[in-house]
Design a protein around this ligand. Structure first.
Ligand code: ADP
Ligand code: MG
Ligand code: MG
Length: 210
């Protein structure tokens, strides 16, 4: 498909929920090394509640789906990741108040989401957070569109960019969140939040490819 419509948005969020559930143990194991061993638990609880909320009503715009996702994450995830991802989905939802959006509009919505994460969490690239997967994902999405890629190609590039960014967090010293309490001992571990961000972009690539 060339555009993202409301059904694509629903399919994306459902795919995130499935992937987060399938990778919950991995996310929690990563968080056990440099945090408090709950990231997979937090994400699975949040996205389980999101799917239940989305199942309970009908949705007519991409923005409604993403906004409901965000508000549900904020209200069901206690950890740092709940408000951060919640703000991102709410900001993206606000920007995408239409039944169908182009790849360029999707990029603008996802960019609004990253801005919301950085406004709330004040993390910069290199701080070993969600931002370290999210920023390269958007850079790759934008570059792919500039090179003439369609939605599926741009989403695939974004997922590849997110995964590269995720891997690049391993040598970083954490400067935000619980992992920052470890200082240099946070080095040598992949960031849990950057890992869940990579799952979110891979889910988008899978759905965009259908
Ligand atoms: P908590 O740390 O409260 O237990 P989670 O374990 O669910 O919450 O999420 C931890 C992840 O949140 C980290 O791996 C990191 O990627 C992300 N994170 C923490 N603080 C920030 C921040 N200020 N900005 C961006 N991401 C952050
Ligand atoms: Mg945690
Ligand atoms: Mg916690």
């Amino acid at each position: 498909s060339t555009h993202v419509d409301t059904d694509t948005a629903l399919a994306w969020v459902r795919a995130i929920a499935e992937s987060v559930a399938a990778h919950a143990d991995q996310l929690t194991r990563l968080d056990a090394a440099i945090g408090d061993a709950d990231h997979g638990i937090n994400m699975r609880r949040g996205f389980t509640a999101v799917v239940a909320a989305l199942d309970a009503a009908r949705w007519s715009t991409v923005g409604e789906v993403l906004t409901k996702t965000g508000t549900t994450l904020v209200s069901t995830v206690g950890g740092a990741s709940g408000p951060l991802y919640g703000s991102a989905f709410r900001a993206a939802g606000k920007a995408l108040a239409s039944p169908e959006v182009s790849p360029e509009e999707l990029l603008a919505g996802l960019t609004a989401g990253l801005e919301a994460v950085q406004r709330l969490g004040t993390a910069e690239p290199g701080d070993k957070t969600i931002v370290d997967a999210y920023r390269p994902a958007l850079d790759a999405f934008e570059a792919a569109l500039r090179d003439g890629a369609d939605l599926a190609g741009a989403a695939r590039a974004a997922a590849d960019g997110a995964e590269a960014g995720m891997r690049d967090t391993t040598p970083m010293v954490a400067r935000k969140g619980r992992a920052s309490y470890l200082g240099p001992r946070s080095q040598g571990h992949q960031d849990p939040g950057a890992t869940s961000t990579a799952l979110i972009f891979r889910a988008l690539a899978e759905v965009a490819d259908r």
